[in-house]
Write a protein that binds this ligand. Structure first.
Ligand code: AP5
Length: 218
């Protein structure tokens, strides 16, 4: 199974991608998580990416494309993958299509998680992320068992630097101008599924599963 998740910042892509990856035993590839880890570890990639992340801008296509291709080439991705945060521009989508043609791979579905602006702001303000493993919580909708502590690894929960309101506004603008056109791109290829992301986490997951399992039937 190979799936792409689309949706504005805060729509729940990361939350659903982790659940889909567990359900189908496939690899979850989040470009945002790759960049945040690189920034924390101050690797050369992190140094290149940090300014873009802090400003809510997209990291240049050629950097992202190289990172994604080398991640998809790893052995744990051979059973399939769910992409969260990539592609984010039509150029990135075309580069992924070229990569998949070369590897003779097919894309099963593109899931577009639709959420209105009012819900998004609430999600940003309540989001807490583990600084060690990147797990995501929400103070109201998926709270950790112990406040401020990650359930999965015991790490400290923090507010992401790019969740500050001015950066969020920029990220939403960038989404509208650069990523929104991908909806049409994949609709024209008859790969697009739209789900209502304003429902609860479990309801959104059930809706996605309904589509993907129907797709999986012989
Ligand atoms: P990235 O990490 O991909 O950020 P994003 O797309 O802006 O998405 P988010 O991680 O903010 O949100 P999400 O949709 O995953 O929502 P989540 O599940 O956390 O990218 C960060 C940066 O990296 C970019 O700005 C850019 O600089 C760079 N970058 C990354 N990829 C790139 C690319 N391809 N090209 C160029 N640059 C790139 O949910 C949000 C909150 O809501 C959580 O607290 C969650 O618990 C809660 N929640 C989720 N679902 C629900 C629900 N149904 N009901 C209630 N609460 C919910």
């Amino acid at each position: 199974m190979r799936i792409i998740l689309l949706g504005p910042p805060g729509a729940g892509k990361g939350t659903q991608a982790k659940k889909i990856a567990t359900e189908f035993e496939i690899c979850h590839v989040s470009t945002g998580e790759i960049f945040r880890k690189a920034v924390t570890e101050q690797t050369p990639l992190g140094k290149k990416a940090s300014d873009y992340l802090d400003k809510g801008l997209l990291v240049p296509d050629e950097i992202v494309e190289e990172i994604v291709e080398s991640r998809l080439d790893m052995s744990d991705c051979c059973k399939g993958w769910v992409l969260d945060g990539f592609p984010r521009t039509v150029n990135q989508a075309k580069s992924l299509e070229k990569y998949m043609r070369q590897k003779v791979l097919t894309l099963d579905k593109v899931v577009n998680i639709k959420v209105s602006f009012e819900y998004l702001i609430e999600r940003f303000t309540g989001r807490r992320s583990c600084e060690s493993c990147g797990a995501t919580f929400h103070i109201n909708y998926s709270p950790p068992k112990t406040s401020g502590i990650c359930d999965k690894c015991g790490g400290k929960l923090i507010i992401r630097k790019d969740d500050e309101i001015e950066t969020v506004k920029k990220r939403l603008e960038v989404y509208e101008s650069s990523t929104f056109p991908l909806i049409d791109h994949y609709d024209q290829k008859h790969l697009l599924i739209n789900v209502d992301g304003s429902k609860t986490i479990e309801e959104v997951f059930a809706d996605i599963m309904q589509y993907l399992k129907d797709e999986d039937k012989p």
